[in-house]
Design a protein around this ligand. Structure first.
Ligand SMILES: Cc1cc2nc3c(=O)[nH]c(=O)nc-3n(C[C@H](O)[C@H](O)[C@H](O)COP(=O)(O)OP(=O)(O)OC[C@H]3O[C@@H](n4cnc5c(N)ncnc54)[C@H](O)[C@@H]3O)c2cc1C
Length: 465
């Protein structure tokens, strides 16, 4: 009962994230990014017996999976055995990874370990990749090495997979949309860009992870090239969407005013193929190639006229649910053309397969694909599974979540966006609470930038520490 009241209040108080002005005790940002040095605000005692018993397997140790594993133990107690499976022993955070591109931080600073989950909460961590799922009463997952792990409840949190684009070789033309080596490669390509060079990036059609993220990247890179690559350097943003997908007022201001003369933003551009070696693109408007001269900056409607060739090309392909979901077909949602998993957003149980739950970017919920939302979906799911393992399968009638997102606009300023979501019983999706967003910052400020670091530290500690 107490937990359900807490879940109802998530939108208003979780992590102190709803109000961007909320202050936190410690703002020593560099230290906070290393989970080994971050103190969790959560009591670390796993209760011995809450009446819940069972085996839960969590596939994917990202923002969603890690949070679910931790809170299943905290709320379910020691008789809920939790096994977390992830291919690597560390997790590179996507969040804040655009700040690697301007040298403000490094991927090493943004890398998190699973040791706290094991030591403090008794989560069983298994390094591996799940390649098969056997649903039903003898439910089990199979790993690439052949190991079979049985479950009573299975949570799938594999993040996203990209569509293939003809000619795209991501060893040469990065996406940097799954942080890690890709991010470091893009940062080094930018560093090596000639003075007066052009950075071209493409944005896929929605839904993609982190709606403000690509616009944030354009701003961070524009700010950096201004200072490092001469007054002729340019950032060109080719967006498959008809308009900026998040914080529209703020990013329009950033493109037209803050970074005027550097950023050119062109909507409605889809990518048909890429020549990775020559860094050219075939688009619905024609070819982006070597010969054109830049004719304008700011927001431009109407094709690629005047676009320069790319010195550095960054192509973010269209997204779909993680491969284990699309390959197995488990839970795929007809309404999303088989690209995302359908779930009951009161529990995150698959609408197609009992006892399998899908959280984070892979599910279709009415909410943005974001780390903050993944954290909250994970808690709602952990709560539903804990109750179910106790014999209570009554759905939470009014789940609430909130999404706060900060976007760096320069190396020292940031904007923010916040929304509260609630359950819509008619469409059975999460919808924005009327009057509770989306609300965006009035301006990009240095105070917002500091709060962004505090928000990030709190979010990562809530999941990993
Ligand atoms: C540049 C960038 C900036 C962003 N900024 C923000 C931000 O400011 N705020 C915000 O809220 N969100 C932000 N996001 C979005 C956020 O990173 C994602 O929404 C979030 O990580 C989704 O969590 P997830 O757990 O679903 O997926 P992930 O965090 O991607 O984790 C998935 C995990 O599952 C593992 N996995 C996949 N398949 C298998 C398998 N078969 N077996 C075992 N493990 C598997 C993967 O290796 C990975 O570790 C940003 C994203 C990007 C790219």
């Amino acid at each position: 009962m107490k937990r359900r009241q807490f879940m109802g209040l998530l939108g208003a108080s979780a992590l102190g994230l709803l109000l961007p002005g909320a202050s936190f005790a410690d703002d020593d940002d560099d230290d906070e990014r290393d989970s080994t040095r971050t103190t969790s605000s959560t009591a670390t005692t796993v209760p011995a017996d809450t009446g819940a018993t069972g085996r839960v397997v969590v596939v994917g140790g990202g923002m969603a999976g890690v949070t679910a594993a931790k809170f299943l133990r905290l709320w379910g107690g020691s008789k809920v055995q939790v096994t977390l499976i992830n291919p690597d022993t560390t997790y590179p955070s996507n969040i804040m990874s655009n700040l690697v591109l301007n040298g403000s931080t490094t991927m090493a600073n943004l890398t998190y370990k699973y040791d706290k989950l094991t030591l403090l909460y008794g989560v069983n961590f298994v390094q591996g990749t799940v390649t098969g799922i056997t649903p039903g009463t003898a439910g089990a997952v199979t790993l690439a090495n052949g190991r079979i792990i049985p479950y009573d409840k299975l949570i799938l949190a594999p993040g996203i997979e990209f569509d293939a684009i003809p000619g795209l070789d991501s060893n040469v033309v990065t996406h940097a949309w799954k942080a890690g080596a890709q991010t470091t490669l893009l940062a080094s390509q930018l560093k090596a860009m000639p003075v007066g060079g052009t950075f071209v990036m493409t944005i896929p059609a929605s839904p993609y992870r982190c709606p403000p993220g690509p616009y944030e990247r354009a701003c961070v890179v524009a700010d950096w090239v201004k200072k490092n690559k001469g007054s002729n350097a340019r950032v060109i943003v080719l967006d498959a969407n008809p308009f900026i997908q998040a914080e529209r007022t703020g990013f329009e201001h950033a493109f037209n005013v803050t970074h005027r003369g550097v950023i050119t933003y062109i909507p409605n551009v889809t990518i048909a193929s890429v020549n990775s070696l020559s860094r050219t693109l075939q688009t619905n408007w024609g070819t982006l190639e070597q010969t054109c001269n830049l004719s304008g900056t700011g927001i431009i409607n109407g094709g690629l006229v005047g676009i320069r060739s790319a010195s550095v090309l960054n192509v973010i392909p269209p997204h779909k649910a993680g491969r284990i979901i699309t390959d197995s077909g488990i839970g795929l949602n007809n309404a999303s053309a088989g690209r995302w998993a359908g779930v009951d957003v009161r529990s995150y149980e698959s609408t197609a397969v009992k006892n399998i739950y899908v959280i984070g970017d892979s599910s279709s919920t009415g909410q943005p694909k974001a780390g903050h939302i993944a954290n909250q979906e994970a808690k709602l799911c952990a709560d539903a599974i804990t109750r179910s393992l106790r014999g209570d399968n009554t759905p939470n009638p009014s789940p609430k979540t909130n999404s706060a997102c900060y976007s760096p606009i320069t190396a020292t300023t940031a904007s923010w966006l916040t929304v509260v979501y609630t359950y819509d019983p008619v469409n059975m999706k999460m919808v924005a609470v009327p009057g509770a967003g989306p609300t965006e910052a009035n301006a990009a400020t240095q105070d917002n930038f500091k709060e962004m670091q505090q928000w990030f530290a709190n979010l990562m500690a809530d999941s990993f520490a």
